[in-house]
Design a protein around this ligand. Structure first.
Ligand SMILES: [Zn+2]
Ligand SMILES: [Zn+2]
Length: 260
């Protein structure tokens, strides 16, 4: 299994010389096997998707907040005539997958609909477990305003959990810990410092210390912190990371490739 970080920024894309190392593109992680290319979220990071050849393409969306779908209209494969793309999301209130996207990509917010692009996108309401090629995909509800989905992808004995836009709450985190049990790689939302969290409870994001707690209690082998705050520069993030960095613990950087 090959995992590529395409977008590690949260909330809104950023740019500037102080944002180059961790990157300014928003949420997107690519998970590949020999014949599958599964994109987790379609934030602006997806615009720089690598060549995946003729692999079957799927996109799993955690939730339709702008920073998780904004890259979709410029996803290179969406312009490829007839290219099959399977788009999946959990139910979000009463909205199915197509309706969640349709509220963003339609007039007057956007000049055309996603299905107007040349590719052949199919929309699926994710019901777990879901089989995508050799991948078994499961999901649990996230703890986030408006809801969301935390995904677990398993293939060939390896597992990845994608838990972004997740707020650690004492009485709910047990479900995530159980879900992440013994996983090889956990992506965890650590947008805030401890001090920032005090001012932003209920915003739907967590901290490094909370991620390390989930890692320890679930037996997670490796963790990458994601959804970097748009106000946090490379320098700031490097300092946050220095307190916890190890062979198994790091902050997500754009273009990092992890082989499991
Ligand atoms: Zn987000
Ligand atoms: Zn969100």
């Amino acid at each position: 299994m090959k995992v590529t970080i395409l977008g590690a920024r949260g909330s809104i894309p950023t740019e500037g010389p102080e944002m180059l190392e961790f990157g300014g593109g928003t949420s997107c992680v690519l998970v590949e096997s020999d014949d599958q290319a599964i994109f987790l979220d379609a934030g602006t990071g997806i615009i720089n998707a690598p060549n995946v050849g003729d692999k079957e393409i799927s996109i799993l969306m955690t939730h339709p907040h702008l920073d998780h779908v904004l890259g979709l209209p410029f996803f290179p494969y969406i312009f490829e005539k007839g290219r099959k793309i399977g788009f999946y999301a959990g139910k979000n209130g009463i909205l199915n997958t197509y309706e969640q996207l349709g509220t963003v990509f339609s007039n007057p917010l956007w000049p055309c609909r996603i299905e107007d692009y040349p590719s052949d996108i199919t929309f699926h309401d994710a019901e777990f477990p879901l089989q995508i090629g050799g991948f078994t995909v499961t999901g649990i509800p996230s703890v986030h305003p408006g809801g969301g989905t935390v995904y677990r992808l398993e293939e060939n004995g390896k597992s990845v959990i994608y838990a972004t836009d997740y707020e650690y709450e004492e009485d709910k985190v047990g479900e995530l810990i159980e879900f992440a049990k013994d996983c090889d790689l956990l992506f965890f939302d650590a947008q805030y410092t401890d001090e920032e969290l005090d001012r932003r409870r209920g915003y739907g994001h967590s901290t490094v210390a909370q991620g390390l707690d989930v890692m320890k209690r679930s037996g997670t082998k490796n963790i990458r912190f994601v959804h970097h705050d748009p106000r946090h520069s490379d320098d700031f993030l490097r300092k946050m990371e220095a307190d916890v960095k190890s062979e198994h613990v790091a902050f997500a950087r754009k273009d990092e490739v992890i082989i499991l």
